[in-house]
Design a protein around this ligand. Sequence first.
Ligand SMILES: [Zn+2]
Length: 292
Amino acid sequence: MRLFSRKSIHMTAVVVAFALAIVALRVEAQSPRRSFTKPSVAPSPAISEYSDSNWAIHDSPNFMVWCPAGEVSPAELGQHCEALRSRLIAKWLGNSNPPVWSPKCLVVLHPSRSSYLQSVGVEAADTAGSSLVVCRASKVVSRRVDLRGDGIDFRTAALPHELAHVVLAELFPGRSLPRWADEGMAILEDSVSKRSLHLRDLQTAWVDGRLFHLRDLLQMREYPVSQDWGVFYGQSASVVEFLVNRSNTRQFVNFLARLAEEDLDAALRETYAITDVEELDRLWRASLLVDR
Ligand SMILES: [Zn+2]
């Protein structure tokens, strides 16, 4: 399992097709890779492309689940997805009775790495999960999660993280979350063992003096270069956790909403009574010393 537990690298690509006003978001997770190909929106096969294969399919209120026939119960996986969705929406959107998803989220559990890569593209090589949300005119028109099922505990290793990305895409329809926030929030849904690996990356970066100043991290528009992935994910998760623990998830979402409307320092002052990002950086680093 070392291959999928050593690192958790996630990629997101946003493509805006101006003519059609389409925004597509792709997220791949669980990569141990050190090299990085700038992501693009990978091919997303239509369901008909699977029709010749031996798939078992189940519809639940919010999901359409495809599994290799006879291996995993799609009904059971669908139930698991429904429970996860409810928990994530209640946590991040504050809605305990959300409307059903239309369209439903397609969840494809792939029997092999090659099947998985055929769907998500070779740039996701060595990843274990991927999600794709497509918006048109601020409305979600497609949701999809692809998972590798070959020898990987997809229920804990990839599904919660990827489903978090799908749910979080609804926070501000038609607008992408800042990278650090999107990944940091999704990592909070990862297993304890995976999060401890991110923490280890963070500690290594601390010792090596490679931490980002929070002004740089919080204003980062794209993913950093590949050698900074470890610190990026570890630090993003840590900062999200720090801010959430300072108040609660709703306040953190309020902060993200303000960030879209005003500058970083003003958003910090109004949401957290923190003077500016310099003070946030000091407070966050001090919290690391306490935690060590
Ligand atoms: Zn991710």
